[in-house]
Design a protein around this ligand. Structure first.
Ligand SMILES: CC(=O)SCCNC(=O)CCNC(=O)[C@H](O)C(C)(C)COP(=O)(O)OP(=O)(O)OC[C@H]1O[C@@H](n2cnc3c(N)ncnc32)[C@H](O)[C@@H]1OP(=O)(O)O
Ligand SMILES: CC(C)C(=O)C(=O)O
Length: 561
């Protein structure tokens, strides 16, 4: 933004609330959730949902566990009206779910809304009028505060008078001083209290006062001050569900909601993945999962977030960004070496410790929650590019391909593979990593190749083994022989006899390859050359003996390079 343009903008006034209490509060229980996907979300779509799409989305919201769902603005258009009628007439609303409809405080629209909800068991009628000085001046052409308050009063009175016309429906009133976020607090209060005084809520007949952060003009702490101030001053507070409805203009919808809950709100309106006007509404999944991550049950089920996202993307034609909290493709993925190292160690330690303590608290570096809790597999956690390190590569070879490399082999394999990613200038897939691992370390056959071998387990007196092996060295086939206390040792002696031993064997490991071909074994051998150079080689074969010998030959070939 140009420096001279800054003078166009002004600081936002703070709330005079020196004895604010919200900073000391903690969120310990979930609020009442209300999805506004089918209204605020829908009204912001370039191509709004069709009735069939809305029906599918409604079912999705019910499956997730929403008990209050704003289904639209039935007085605005036939699609909206007919959708409401279909839900009611086709008996699609679960017993424990209450539909909510939005309407401006305008007479013909309120009357039409009552036609729309006729026959529903319970419905929240959500009326609103804008109250801020900006809207009073611009939208309502310099209307006075009294005139605006009277719009609210007239709307509430009309709703009250229409309730007896649909006796089979329990009507709950919700009032929003729209643009609450930049309305003078005393005026928001005046409008809300006027509506409350008309409706006369009781313990049995609660009402909802929704305080929308219609446009986010300021920081979340000021929003929290506004909410605490309103909670202190609203009439009949005990019979009112104070509701939050944040947008995200400053990118702080989630923060404003969380602080608003600390400030005393009881209810939260929002949408899946934050769809909504401009930068969107509050992402309700984000807030709910934040609560889950602190051990708070929310009643909302996001255990299969990828499928929820898929339905959402198909129906809204919006996309969830790759770094979107919890739901984005990359949000559990580490590319960089030090993150991968810590995650691998964390996951390995957790799988050991959970055996002893099934209630073990989650604690893996860089992962705020277990990705599996939102339907993400561990496969996506670690991905390899040139920023990756040995830990991540070892993790992929282990988790994806069943190769549990000795720890001292990680640096050699890691370097070779992330150098390759750097050369290629791209991410390597798990299959490409396996292919590279095999190309550089497994069953290497040049310049030395093991063609065949035979073992005689009765060759000596003390259980010694004789090895006769056919090898090709620099293109020439040879038969070599040796005796030792095991297959590998006898093969080492055979190489020695043939003048091919310029090394010391330092380490040997083997295991069955997990998840690979049932019969494969992997063996790893570390050799030290005469010049002190140390290398690891790997052999993979259905026979554990052959895997060991191939590992030795691989390491031998690497020493020769
Ligand atoms: C912040 C929010 O998201 S609020 C929800 C917004 N959602 C929507 O608007 C989606 C559905 N809306 C619509 O389809 C249309 O706006 C309708 C059908 C509701 C109304 O349509 P219309 O009357 O043709 O047009 P429009 O919305 O432009 O009406 C503007 C008039 O309503 C007045 N108005 C706006 N809100 C209110 C209100 N809450 N109470 C009373 N009057 C209002 C305006 O001042 C303006 O009056 P004017 O014509 O005297 O200047
Ligand atoms: C109607 C109200 C609640 C609204 O959508 C808003 O202010 O954002």
């Amino acid at each position: 933004m140009k420096t001279e343009a800054i003078t166009k903008y002004r600081p936002f006034p703070r709330v005079d609330l020196p004895d604010r209490t919200w900073p000391d509060q903690e969120i310990t229980t979930a609020p009442i959730w209300c999805s506004v996907d089918l209204r605020d979300g829908n009204q912001a779509l370039p191509q709004p949902m069709s009735i069939e799409e809305k029906l599918e989305f409604f079912d999705l919201l019910c499956r997730i566990g929403f008990k209050q769902i704003e289904i639209g603005f039935p007085s605005a258009a036939d699609t909206e009206f007919n959708f409401c009628r279909r839900l009611i007439e086709e008996n699609r609303i679960p017993e424990d779910v209450t539909i909510q409809i939005l309407v401006q405080t305008r007479e013909h629209l309120i009357r039409r809304s009552f036609e729309a909800i006729k026959g529903a068991k319970r419905a929240i009628v959500h009326i609103y009028n804008s109250t801020s000085p900006l809207q009073r001046r611009i939208t309502f052409s310099d209307a006075s505060r009294e005139a605006i308050r009277d719009i609210a009063i007239a709307g509430a009175e009309l709703v009250k008078s229409l309730v007896p016309t649909i006796p089979e429906t329990e009507v709950v009133l919700q009032y929003s001083p729209e643009s609450f976020s930049d309305t003078e607090l005393d005026f928001s209060l005046e409008c809300c209290n006027a509506v409350i005084d008309i409706w006369q809520p009781t313990a049995e007949k609660r009402m909802i006062i929704n305080l929308p952060d219609t446009v986010q003009w300021t920081t979340p702490n000021v929003h929290a001050d506004q909410i605490e101030w309103m909670c202190r001053h609203l009439h009949k507070r005990d019979f009112i569900d104070v509701s939050l409805h944040t947008h995200n203009d400053r990118g702080t919808g989630t923060a404003a909601t969380e602080l608003g809950l600390m400030a005393g709100a009881d209810r939260v309106e929002g949408t899946l993945f934050g769809n909504g006007e401009r930068t969107g509404n509050l992402d309700i999944a984000n807030v709910a999962l934040n609560m889950n991550a602190h051990g708070i049950a929310t009643g909302l089920d996001f255990t299969d977030l990828p499928s929820i996202r898929a339905v959402y993307e198909r129906i809204t034609r919006m996309t969830v960004a790759e770094r979107h909290p919890y739901a984005g493709e990359l949000v559990f993925t580490a590319f960089s070496g030090s993150h991968q190292d810590a995650i691998k160690k964390g996951m390995d330690r957790r799988s050991r410790e959970i055996m002893e303590d099934p209630n073990l608290a989650w604690g893996v570096p860089y992962l705020t929650i277990d990705p599996q809790d939102v339907g993400r597999s561990y496969e996506a956690i670690i991905r390899i590019n040139s920023q990756s390190g040995k830990g991540g590569i070892a993790y992929i070879l282990d988790r994806e391909h069943g190769f549990d490399l000795p720890k001292t082999m990680h640096p050699q394999v890691g370097k070779r593979i992330y150098d390759l990613a750097d050369e290629m200038g791209q991410e390597l897939s798990p299959d490409e990593i396996r292919e590279a691992f095999f190309r550089f370390f497994v069953n290497l056959e040049s310049p030395l190749q093991l063609v065949d071998y035979e073992l005689d387990h009765h060759a000596g007196t003390k259980g010694e083994v004789a090895c006769t092996a056919t090898v090709i060295i620099n293109g020439e086939e040879k038969e070599i022989r040796g005796i030792g206390n095991g297959p590998i040792n006898s093969f080492v002696h055979a190489l020695d006899e043939a003048g091919l031993k310029q090394f010391n064997l330092v380490d040997y490991r083997s295991h069955a390859v997990r998840g690979g071909s049932d019969s494969d074994s992997a063996a790893y051998i570390q050799l030290q050359g005469k010049d002190g150079n140390i290398v690891w080689g790997c052999g993979v074969d259905p026979s554990i003996e052959m895997a060991g010998l191939k590992a030795l030959v691989s390491a031998w070939n690497l020493l020769e390079k």
